[in-house]
Design a protein around this ligand. Structure first.
Ligand SMILES: O=c1ccn([C@@H]2O[C@H](COP(=O)(O)OP(=O)(O)O)[C@@H](O)[C@H]2O)c(=O)[nH]1
Ligand SMILES: O=C(O)[C@@H](COP(=O)(O)O)O[C@H]1O[C@H](CO)[C@@H](O)[C@H](O)[C@H]1O
Length: 302
């Protein structure tokens, strides 16, 4: 078995809250939920973290990505601090993507450590945050902690989720960065990292953010800088295949860029059937990065 997999993979994390608090010491923790139109689920995710605020967690922030539903109101009522993406770095026109709000969250928070959770999670367990923090508290060599879990697809209880992971990210890593073959969920949206790392690397503004951060952490720190923790089961809203095609294009674009492989800037032409004919349905695809935020002059909005 690969030594990294045995040493830095936590199949059954068993740290107690007391042990974690002890190890946390004077460090601070920000939990960030990126949210685009997540009115049905954001409160449940907040409620899974809120009991930790004031102990393991120092701040719980939802960054609204331009929602048109009641995400902000629901999140605020559930007890999170809500930051709209243009509340921070207002001088920058926002880019339409998940990575954009994660990048801006660095300017809206102050924690030494950050934990990212998707806002479309369904019934996330209360141990998600504590388990993600464990390796950062106990191993100073670790800078990025990824989650892994069984990923049911829709209502079924089998593990059919993680379609872009299985069909794009995992094969891509095998081809471009085989050392990362032992990462169980390279695209998992639940992860924790040190601010010092996050502020010093670019953020893909779209869905390439996870693969970009993984590749950059590996380039910067090697496998020793990475850990992964078992969170059990993860259910979330599963997008239709066509939308995952655009996501896959972003994952591919960011991975190629980080690997120094020239790719085109082309978007993605999908096809739709209209009255028995198949017609092109071109998709704009955001492939841009935000630069390392510590290179952008900004007064930290704390
Ligand atoms: O432009 C975007 C796209 C996504 N998200 C958030 O990022 C998380 C993951 O997005 P999504 O659920 O679309 O990805 P999936 O889990 O389906 O791969 C969710 O909390 C979204 O609300 C966001 O804040 N801005
Ligand atoms: O892992 C995946 O294949 C995709 C899609 O998952 P599903 O097939 O809908 O379970 O979900 C992840 O990918 C995104 C891109 O990295 C992340 O932003 C999401 O948080 C993560 O859920």
């Amino acid at each position: 078995m690969h030594s990294w997999f045995t040493e830095n993979t936590y199949q059954s994390p068993s740290w107690t809250e007391e042990e974690l608090l002890q190890a946390k010491g004077s460090r601070t923790v920000s939990v960030v939920l990126p949210a685009l139109d997540e009115e049905p689920t954001v409160a449940g995710v907040i409620e899974s973290v809120r009991p930790l605020v004031g102990s393991l967690v120092d701040e719980l922030v939802v960054v609204d990505s331009g929602s048109t539903d009641r995400t902000a109101a629901v999140a605020s009522a559930a007890g999170a601090r809500v930051v709209h993406r243009t509340d921070v770095l207002p001088e920058l026109e926002p880019l339409p993507g998940k990575g954009e709000v994660l990048w801006r969250s660095l300017a809206a928070t102050s924690g030494d450590l950050l934990v990212f959770l998707d806002s479309d999670l369904v019934s996330p367990a209360p141990w998600f945050v504590p388990r993600l923090l464990g390796p950062l508290f106990f191993d100073d060599d670790v800078h990025l902690v990824k989650s892994f879990y069984r990923r049911p697809l829709g209502a079924s209880d089998d593990a059919g989720g993680g379609r872009v992971t299985e069909l794009v990210a995992r094969p891509l890593l095998a081809a471009l960065r085989p050392e990362l073959a032992m990462v169980v969920q390279p695209l998992s949206g639940e992860y924790a990292a040190r601010r010092s790392f996050l502020e010093s690397v670019p953020f893909a503004a779209g869905y390439g953010v996870e693969i970009g951060l993984l590749l950059d952490a590996h380039s910067r720190y090697g496998l020793a800088g990475l850990a992964q923790v078992n969170l059990g089961v993860r259910r979330h809203r599963n997008r239709p295949l066509a939308q995952l095609g655009v996501m896959a294009r972003q994952v591919l674009g960011t991975a190629l860029a980080r690997a120094g492989v020239a790719g085109s800037a082309a978007g993605l032409t999908q096809f739709v059937e209209v009255m028995g004919e198949w017609l092109p349905d071109p998709q704009e695809v955001l492939l841009a990065d935000r630069p390392p935020i510590n290179e952008v002059a900004w007064p930290p909005v704390r």
